[in-house]
Design a protein around this ligand. Structure first.
Ligand code: SF4
Ligand SMILES: [Zn+2]
Length: 139
């Protein structure tokens, strides 16, 4: 299905293969998630994906979409059956609220809490802006 938001999708600049890492491939998964984190249409993408995947279990969900792994999305589905697919956040723990905290959630396999997610998103956006500024200087 073609939708307008897709025009702004960050992943269009990448090989689609990147978004289908083996579930055991942590590095590949993180690489794809990093692209989603700076994507301007991450919310639309997640909602559309949740709609298409409907009630599938993790095994029926494929690829990194909307900044989430198939397992993340299966959890979102379970947690939001009555309210619709809004982004779900995990529970903050001691030391949460920065990009390092985000990485700790990922390593531990827990859903990032809101503070960590937002800190990581801000970091990703800053990196992207710096890269764009650099390219402009070089041009
Ligand atoms: S959130 Fe990720 S998968 Fe979805 S459009 Fe953006 S980059 Fe692509
Ligand atoms: Zn956290």
């Amino acid at each position: 299905m073609t939708t307008e938001w897709w025009i702004d999708a960050e992943c269009r600049q990448y090989d689609p293969e990147l978004f289908y890492p083996d579930p055991s491939d942590k590095e590949g998964t993180d690489e794809a998630l990093a692209v989603c984190r700076v994507c301007p249409v991450v919310e639309q993408c997640l909602q559309e994906t949740m709609r298409i995947e409907a009630s599938s279990h993790a095994a029926g969900r494929h690829g990194i979409r909307g900044g989430q792994t198939p397992t993340d999305r299966a959890n979102v589905y379970r947690n939001t059956r009555s309210t619709g697919p809004e982004r779900q956040y995990g529970t903050p723990v001691k030391g949460c609220g920065d990009a390092a905290g985000y990485q700790r959630h990922r390593r531990a396999g827990t859903l990032p809490c809101q503070g960590c997610f937002e800190a990581e998103a801000a970091r990703g956006k800053a990196v992207k802006a710096a890269r764009a500024a650099q390219q402009e200087l070089a041009a």
